[in-house]
Write a protein that binds this ligand. Structure first.
Ligand code: NAP
Ligand code: MG
Length: 481
């Protein structure tokens, strides 16, 4: 596939075919994060395109939902294989749209969704679709048509969390990818076509959130609306969906804490925490952006953290020497620099700050580069500790013992993820249980792509991925005899 076929898209994927948008001349330009140039374009869809896509998904639903788990599983595996054929293209295009380094793009932006899709194929075989309570037979049924609205930071991973779960459950889908990074969704549509998914099972409409996203959220033909993105937009989507009593699943922002207790190896725990915070240049919803450390260890923590940051060479995402790519957009860069300025007034800057990273010649290159930045002596009540920055900015917050550390971790409007570092297994487990968040890793426990993912508090409602993520797209019916 030539590069321009990947980057320049002129049709939506609806009802198993490439369909010209209702307004064929309106396009959404996609920007190259590495230099600010135009990377490509996709259709700027309208409510009429959403109408067609929802109708296609509705008419495909009866046959798709009637297939056996085995048949759906086979189809999902064919989709996985067809997507694997496009892995290099997806990794390349996401690196340029989002700014993710090639290594992380291969492993996380594309490798991870391929794994989770295989996991969904397996989950389709093991849905517990019947249970008995007294004289009732409880049957689990596909919920219907799923509307999927996704963000730009892990564009393919977020999309697969919804599409894989919905298809495994027996639902059909209409997707609306983020305007900043829509191109991998089109590769998924190519894969759906190559895999021979039945027409209308997977549909894709691109465009603005305020038009295409809003139309999906308000559409009475959508049974479950699954959204990943900011808390602000999530709240407006839930309000829009409420008019039809459409079920909503929301995966929103975070401000997660890595809590280091007083009995651990600082080298290992601090290095892992800093790398977690800066993954994908900090544009990760579950990033541990607050590092909560014993007060008397703070100086040593700063030393180790700065040592890690110094090695994070900032540069072009496709340059193999780069460890930290640019941010995804000019708006994102401005917002992160604003937070860095706020942080300088609120805490002690120990690394980075405003200005260009080393080795980035000047702003005329047009890429959205910022310096990895670390603040120490951060008060958890300050703005940089409470608000999601979504860039490579780490807050080091001192604590005075386990109780205080857990209090700080929980003193946040968000509750998406967290980490606990402690040599004593019981003490670590106790702290992990008390952190009010959807995912907590003890001593760097590995990310599990089959575990349910989602948030407490303002980080969302519902869970996605793995078997639990399939159940989210089902309804329960009680039949009495
Ligand atoms: P966003 O601005 O909320 O956008 C998310 C999606 O919603 C995009 O497709 C967007 O379209 C669309 N949208 C915008 N306004 C809409 C409206 N009024 N009605 C319907 N849809 C609308 O979020 P983002 O800037 O793409 O992503 C960053 C945020 O996502 C961060 O807060 C991050 O924490 C969160 N996130 C959460 C998770 C999680 O699993 N919890 C994972 C990743 C990211 P446009 O692109 O056209 O604006
Ligand atoms: Mg946005």
């Amino acid at each position: 596939m030539p590069d321009s076929a990947i980057t320049h898209r002129t049709a939506h994927f609806i009802g198993g075919a490439w369909v010209a948008p209702a307004q064929p001349h309106a396009v959404l330009v996609v920007t190259n994060a590495a230099d600010g140039s135009d990377l490509g374009s996709v259709p700027y869809g309208s409510a009429a395109d959403v109408e067609l896509a929802v109708a296609a998904a509705r008419s495909a639903f009866p046959a798709w939902s009637a297939l056996s788990g085995q048949e759906r599983s086979d189809a999902i595996l064919r989709l996985r294989d067809a997507l694997a054929d496009r892995a290099a293209a997806a990794s390349w295009v996401i690196s340029l749209e989002v700014g993710t380094t090639a290594r992380i793009s291969d492993a996380v932006q594309v490798g991870l969704p391929l794994k989770t899709l295989a996991g969904f194929a397996d989950a389709a075989l093991h849905i517990e679709d019947e249970l008995h309570i007294g004289n009732s037979t409880i049957v689990r049924e596909p919920a219907g048509v799923v509307g999927a609205i996704t963000p730009w930071n892990y564009p393919l991973h977020q999309l697969i969390g919804k599409v894989g779960g919905a298809l495994a459950a027996g639902c059909t889908v209409v997707c609306k990818p983020a305007g900043l990074a829509p191109l991998s969704a089109f590769l998924l549509a190519d894969a759906a076509e190559a895999a021979g998914l039945p027409a209308g099972v997977f549909n894709l409409v691109s465009g603005a959130g305020s038009i295409v996203g809003e139309s999906l959220a308000r559409h009475p033909g959508i049974d479950v609306l699954s959204f990943t993105g900011s808390t602000e937009v999530g709240s407006s989507i839930a309000a829009a969906a409420a008019s039809n009593i459409t079920r909503v699943a929301l995966e929103l922002g975070g401000k997660s804490a890595s809590v280091i207790l007083d009995d651990v190896d600082l080298e290992k725990s601090v290095k892992a925490s800093v790398n977690n915070a800066f993954l994908n240049s900090g544009q990760t919803c579950s990033a541990w952006t607050r590092l909560v450390v014993p007060r008397d260890a703070q100086d040593r923590v700063v030393e180790i953290a700065v040592g890690v940051a110094e090695k994070l060479t900032v540069g072009h995402p496709l340059d193999p020497a780069t460890r930290l790519g640019p941010l995804a957009s000019a708006e994102q860069k401005r917002s992160v620099l604003d937070y860095i300025a706020i942080g300088v007034g609120e805490a002690r800057l120990v690394y980075g700050g405003a200005g260009l990273p080393d080795g980035i010649p000047d702003d005329s290159a047009g890429g959205f580069y910022v310096r990895p930045t670390i603040f120490a002596d951060v008060d958890n009540g300050s703005r940089i500790a409470q608000e999601e920055i979504f860039g490579p900015v780490l807050c080091i917050i001192p604590h005075d013992g386990d109780e205080d550390a857990i209090r700080i971790a929980n003193d946040s409007p968000y509750g998406l993820a967290g980490g606990v570092w402690c040599s004593d297994e019981d003490r670590a487990m106790e702290a992990a249980r008390r952190i009010r968040a959807g995912q907590v890793d003890i001593n760097g426990g590995a990310f599990n792509p089959l575990a349910p993912f989602g948030g407490y508090k303002r980080s969302g409602m519902g869970r996605e991925f793995g078997p639990v993520g399939v159940e989210e797209f089902t309804e329960l019916k009680a039949i009495q005899r």
